[in-house]
Write a protein that binds this ligand. Structure first.
Ligand code: MN
Length: 738
């Protein structure tokens, strides 16, 4: 064990405190304030003197770092610095709120009280429910600094998360993504929000994170080249106008790239080049800002054709979180839409750092400007006389389920919930457009109807008269409207299809020489295990009911005597062929092993992501439908994993060759109705082997079948042969080569 040099440590602590003060150069520095800060520092040092962080360093480094983030990255003043220095004292040490109030004042005591309470609510709870949000909000309306210091606290914890226990790391990371990053965003702290997201992802998906990071570095040159080429004419023109400016290309953050990859199921290569070009003008504050920005806009659009619908003027009307910028999207010579953000240095600073930047530009000191800002945020959150619960609902809604804005080819704007697809869009235009939708052109690129839309997309729906809604469509839509329309259309379609089913059924009974009137449909329904008459007809029409069993049903009921004619046998044969081929299709599922013991359990492939062999997958134990297999990249994964971690089980595809070998079987028997069914039943259901192909011949009453199957080993094969021999009519089963 290396010995700790306490003297060195004290020096380092003092050093950290001083450099924090230097970073807080904007804070009020009259003698009294300086003294109060110093007192706070010494009180904290004394209170935490016996505490160390998981990394081994003295605990006091943490409050100093939090104070520094408050000052440097959020732009908070002396009061917040004092509170940040003391933020963990009441919770973790002997110091009481009364001590704080006595020594520092009422305001400070209130803020620290808020911080202590939040930490009780948020940090020590397993899940964040609405109730917790309420508490946070109530504290927030007391003093928004509580939230800001808490964000700084969380940022420092995330930056130093490495020394924590893994399970704690994961909890903290997901909570950061769920609560703190959106809060930071809401408060206009853009770079903190991005950093929180990236740090969380790095913790949750370290390999993915590194992969994207590596690829970003590798592709940097390509992006730079594009940006150079794109900006070169703009640069020349702006230089002629003698404007001081900077042009940079901002690639997306690792988190937002990952998010796109997962949500849209696309590869890195399809998103890596998404970036905005930012032109920052060193404009004279307030006097020329607006006109300078529009001048730059005019230069940009002299060279590149703008998409008028995607012009955003947040200079004339800044966003509620203070964001100011002029955005336009223009067509590059390579045919790619490029977003250009035009703003002044001041606007850029504010966009990146939120309030931190204001003090540089406004007179009258940081603290007074800050008060104005606090009031705005508070108003934003209090701007409702409704029930507090409604407010929480709105708050959460705004934080987590933003809307997107998309455009028709004519430039009409539609707002849809985040995650909406082209199909949602189609139904939002007109029911008939939705019903006949076959796909769309999004920003002139052809996409399927399941395509997820993003804000700013221009969508042209493609239709075909013959198109009809399908059941899977329900998985593609978000909006209530689209869902209801699809459902009602499906029912209508079902009724039409069911009519044919009824005709087929009547014919079948006619063949069996049974009058349809004598049939009890109720009994037939329960025999085939369908819930309704409509469903019965529908299943018949869609070939999902084995009509060869009708006889069995009737024989059982004593209506029909088992007596066969040649024609009916031929008929049987074809019906059976039909049903077996469809069965083979179903049986051809590749080998998926589930659970820690790599067992072959029954499973279904999830409709939402349709995994195929080779995909990275996992199993989810559903309540009513057994195990559903999802792709790891399925859009539902995050939600499933975070809410039902205990229902997730391991699953992976294994190479069929590894687990099975292909062999042929020759089956000879007496041609008898049901022999084909019997054989396929044994192969599929009883042993769950994979059937590769099947062929049957029958002459002079002798039946001969050849089946290619995948079996695991010889004992498996012996067992299969044994069971096949038990099928009624089968006389001989032997292994063959082909
Ligand atoms: Mn802390």
């Amino acid at each position: 064990m290396s010995e700790i040099n306490l003297e060195e440590e004290s020096k380092d602590i003092l050093k950290a405190y001083r450099s924090m003060l230097r970073a807080a150069k904007h804070a009020k520095k009259d003698t009294a304030t300086k003294k109060r800060m110093k007192t706070a520092f010494y009180v904290a040092v004394e209170a935490h003197k016996n505490d160390r962080r998981k990394s081994g360093e003295p605990y006091i480094f943490h409050p100093i770092a939090v104070a520094r983030i408050c000052a440097e990255e959020i732009g908070l003043g002396a009061t917040s610095i004092i509170c940040a220095l003391l933020h963990d004292t009441v919770e973790d040490t002997e110091i009481t709120l009364e001590d704080i109030e006595e020594q520092f004042g009422k305001k400070e005591a209130l803020i620290i009280d808020g911080l202590t309470k939040i930490s009780g609510v948020v940090d020590n709870n397993v899940s964040l429910q609405a109730e917790n949000f309420r508490k946070i909000l109530l504290t927030l309306s007391e003093d928004v600094r509580v939230i800001l210091i808490k964000i700084a606290d969380r940022l420092h914890n995330m930056r130093t998360i490495g020394s924590m226990r893994r399970d704690k790391q994961l909890k903290i990371a997901s909570e950061t993504l769920f609560l703190y990053a959106p809060l930071a965003h809401r408060l206009g702290l853009h770079s903190i929000k991005s950093e929180l997201e990236d740090l969380s992802l790095k913790c949750q998906e370290p390999e993915m994170f590194e992969e994207i990071q590596g690829k970003l570095t590798k592709t940097e040159e390509i992006r730079k080249r594009f940006i150079r080429k794109f900006s070169s004419p703009i640069k020349q023109a702006l230089e002629k106008k003698e404007l001081a400016f900077e042009i940079k290309g901002r690639p997306k953050s690792i988190y937002s790239i990952w998010n796109k990859m997962v949500n849209k199921d696309v590869s890195f290569e399809e998103v890596y080049d998404l970036f905005a070009i930012r032109i920052i003008i060193d404009s004279e504050f307030e006097n020329n800002e607006k006109s300078d920005c529009w001048q730059v806009y005019s230069v940009v659009t002299d060279f590149y054709q703008p998409n008028i619908e995607r012009l955003r003027d947040w200079i004339s009307a800044p966003k509620t979180n203070g964001y100011e910028s002029l955005h336009t999207t223009v067509m590059s010579p390579t045919g790619k839409w490029v977003e250009v953000q035009i703003r002044t240095r001041r606007m850029d600073d504010i966009a990146e750092k939120g309030f931190a930047a204001h003090w540089k530009y406004k007179e009258g000191g940081a603290e007074s400007q800050f008060d104005i800002w606090i009031n705005q945020v508070r108003e934003l959150l209090e701007n409702s006389d409704e029930d507090t619960l409604d407010l929480i609902g709105d708050f959460k809604l705004n934080l987590f389920t933003d809307e997107i804005y998309v455009f028709t080819p004519n430039g009409d704007m539609k707002s849809l919930p985040t995650g909406a697809s082209t199909l949602d869009f189609a139904f939002s235009i007109h029911t008939q457009v939705g019903v006949n939708c076959i796909g769309a052109k999004v920003n002139s690129k052809l996409v399927p109807l399941s395509h997820q839309l993003s804000s700013g997309d221009q969508v042209e729906i493609l239709t075909a008269k013959k198109q009809q809604p399908k059941k899977e469509w329900l998985n593609f839509v978000q909006t209530h409207r689209a869902k209801t329309k699809i459902k009602s259309s499906l029912n209508e379609e079902k009724r039409v299809v069911a009519k044919e089913g009824r005709i087929t059924l009547e014919k079948e009974f006619k063949k069996l020489k049974i009058s349809y009137e004598n049939i009890s449909l109720k009994e037939l329904q329960s025999y085939y295990k369908v819930p309704s008459e409509l469903e019965l007809y529908y299943q018949v029409a869609t070939n999902n009911i084995d009509l060869t069993k009708l006889k069995e049903f009737e024989v059982r009921k004593g209506i029909l005597q088992p007596k066969r004619t040649i024609t009916s046998r031929v008929q049987d044969y074809f019906v059976q062929r039909k049903s077996t081929t469809s069965k083979i299709k179903k049986l051809k599922k590749p080998i998926l092993v589930i659970g820690d013991n790599m067992e072959k359990l029954d499973y279904q492939l999830a409709n939402c992501c349709n995994p195929i062999p080779g995909n990275e997958v996992y199993g989810f134990i559903t309540v009513t439908e057994g195990i559903k297999v999802h792709k790891t990249s399925c859009p539902n994964t995050v939600q499933l994993m975070s809410n039902y971690a205990y229902r997730i089980i391991k699953a992976s595809w294994i190479d069929e060759q590894e687990a099975a070998f292909l062999t042929g079987l020759k089956i000879i028997g007496i041609d008898d109705v049901g022999i084909v069914n019997g054989i396929t039943q044994v192969i599929s259901n009883e042993l769950d082997v994979n059937m590769r192909s099947i062929s049957f011949e029958s002459h002079d009453g002798v039946f001969e079948g050849r089946v290619m199957v995948l079996v695991q080993d010889t004992s498996h094969l012996t067992n299969l042969i044994k069971n096949l021999k038990k099928v009624k009519g089968v006389k001989k089963v032997e292994q063959i080569d082909k």
